[in-house]
Structures are given as structure tokens and as C-alpha cells.
Design a binder for this molecule. Structure first.
Ligand code: ZN
Length: 309
């Protein structure tokens, strides 16, 4: 369901320069269909992942109190620290902390202290209750680039050209890797929240002539059944309260900020499909229809003359 699309004038720019987010009054914000309280999240483990693309990532795995899915945060930068992961637990050893990924610096064979990085001569400090003290010397404090990505098995793994999820995922990772810091919140809500089975049925309805929105409605699902409150809670846990959001979707800005604006989007960084910028990227009849639906029916802030034959 579009939250704010009618009050936003689509931008005519075809550029990925950061732009200020749309201005939304508190009154409008409070009328939004957003949850009043955020879910509780807990980071269970973090691990360094060298990638085929070059930059290292730190993969964070979360549990939460509203579903039993394993949502993830793909973090660029060792010094972005989860509050729940780093919080000291009664009776745990330094080895326990290193095992779940609550360490500073880099692991190496024989390392004994999680809280102290001997090589950089830095040490994590904690409050009496075990909370990490977020000091600039050990914990990143600047606004970072964030993308909220909803799982898309077909687009990310099965090479689907029906949508641009795989391309957007790769491109967001490329930009964050180049910047050195960033966070991709990876939510397990396949097919705008309807699940893979229903999404496959929606594809058949699209082949029969429906657009993305109509197909969902014909299956008695909302046009967009996604929930971004988990993303807000995960960003708060990572201490990322002021962010630049990589998106073309105005609804996502508000959804991520939350009803009480727990997270603030300082800037919106547009994502321009590669096919429009460089001539490379996804080309298919289906992707053009998909992008036009996003723009015309879902209020995405992206404009491009699209020809559909
Ligand atoms: Zn997709």
C-alpha cells in the first residue's frame, strides 16, 4: 500500500546524486500505517566474509520477536557495532565473544582477547551493565549509506530478468564497498512479502496480461505486503540512526524512519537501473513492464521514457 506517494512529486532526474528526502510533516507521519513500537531484535552472530567482488563484509544474523526468519545485515566496515552482539553476557569468556563475532580488529590463530586489538592498540570499553560504550576510537559514528533489500530468490539466485533485484543488490554492494562503510539490511520477505509460491503464481498471471500490482491483488494479496519495521530495529541496533538511504521508493523512506523517526534519512541516493545509465544491465520485455509499474503505479521517484511494445 503506498504510504505517501500522492504527496510526492516524482523527480525528473536521471542521476544517482544524493537528494534531500521528501519533507513529511509529523501530522502525515502519524497517520501512516506503521507500527507504534518497533520489534525487538537480537544479533546472534557476526562473521567476516571476504567476497568475490573485493571488499570484505561482516555478515550479521538476527533473531526477532515477530517472526522466526533469519534476517541479516550485510555490513561494510569492521567498526560498525551491534549493541546486542557486543553487550557483555554474564559468565562468558573472551573465546565465547570471539566465536559469536563480538571482537574488535581481526581474528588470527592464537588470539586470546576479543575486546582488545593488540595490533591497533585499541580496546572496547563497557558500562557496568555490560553495554558497549560507543567511542569514536572504536566504533564508527558517521552517517552511512544504507539499503533495505527484500529477499528475491528468483532475481538473486535464479538469474530472473523479471525484476532488477539482483542488479540492485550487486550495485548497492559495489557502491558501499567503494565507500568503505555501509549496511545492507536483508529482509526475508520474498515477493513483496507474499512468499515464493504465491510469487510464482503472480508471474503466471503477469504472463496472462496482469501487471505486478494487479497480479498480487488478483491473488488477494496487498500490492506490497512488506514490513520494514525490522529494518528500523536492526539499524538502531547497529547504531545507524542517521543514514543515507539508497532507494527510489518514497514509501520506504518513511517506513524505515518509523513512526517516531527513530532513524533519520538525511539523504536519498537514487538507484538508476544500469540499463539506463550504461546500456549494460538487465534487458527483457518483462523488466520494462516491471519498472514502469513501479513508477506509474507505486510512485517510485524515477522517470524514464519507457517503451513497451
Ligand atoms: Zn526481484
Amino acid at each position: 500500500m503506498p504510504l505517501i506517494s500522492p504527496v510526492v512529486t516524482p523527480s525528473t532526474r536521471l542521476s544517482d546524486t544524493p537528494v534531500p528526502p521528501p519533507e513529511i510533516s509529523d501530522e502525515v507521519r502519524h497517520q501512516l500505517a506503521l507500527p507504534d513500537t518497533l520489534p525487538k531484535v537480537n544479533c546472534l552472530a557476526r562473521a567476516r566474509i571476504p567476497t568475490t567482488q573485493g571488499p570484505e563484509i561482516f555478515l550479521h544474523l538476527y533473531e526477532n520477536n515477530i517472526d522466526n526468519k533469519e534476517h541479516l545485515a550485510i555490513v561494510f566496515g569492521e567498526d560498525v557495532r551491534s549493541k546486542t552482539l557486543f553487550k557483555q553476557r554474564p559468565g562468558e569468556t573472551q573465546q565465547d565473544r570471539m566465536t559469536r563475532g563480538a571482537y574488535i580488529g581481526k581474528l588470527f590463530p592464537g588470539r586470546t582477547s576479543a575486546d582488545r586489538d593488540e595490533k591497533a592498540n585499541t580496546e572496547l570499553k563497557f558500562e557496568a551493565n555490560g553495554d558497549l560504550i560507543r567511542e569514536a576510537a572504536t566504533t564508527y559514528q558517521e552517517p552511512v549509506l544504507v539499503r533495505i533489500h527484500s529477499e528475491c530468490y528468483t532475481g538473486e539466485t535464479a538469474w530472473s530478468a523479471r525484476c532488477d533485484c539482483g542488479e540492485q543488490f550487486d550495485e548497492a554492494g559495489r557502491i558501499m564497498g567503494a565507500k568503505g562503510h555501509g549496511c545492507m539490511v536483508y529482509l526475508r520477505q520474498e515477493g513483496r512479502g507474499i512468499g515464493l509460491g504465491e510469487k510464482l503464481k503472480a508471474y503466471n498471471l503477469q504472463d496472462l496480461g496482469a501487471d505486478t500490482v494487479q497480479a498480487n491483488l488478483m491473488l488477494r494479496h496487498p500490492a506490497d505486503g512488506r514490513n520494514f519495521s525490522l529494518a528500523t530495529a536492526i539499524l538502531l541496533d547497529l547504531g545507524l540512526t542517521e543514514i543515507q538511504l539508497l532507494t527510489n521508493n518514497p514509501d520506504k523512506i518513511l517506513a524505515v524512519e518509523g513512526k517516531n523517526r527513530e532513524v533519520k534519512v538525511l539523504e536519498r541516493v537514487p538507484m538508476v537501473p544500469l540499463a539506463w545509465k550504461t546500456g549494460s544491465g538487465i534487458k527483457s520485455k518483462e523488466i520494462e513492464g516491471y519498472l514502469s509499474t513501479k513508477i506509474e503505479r507505486m510512485g517510485h521517484l524515477l522517470e524514464k521514457p519507457i517503451k513497451i511494445n
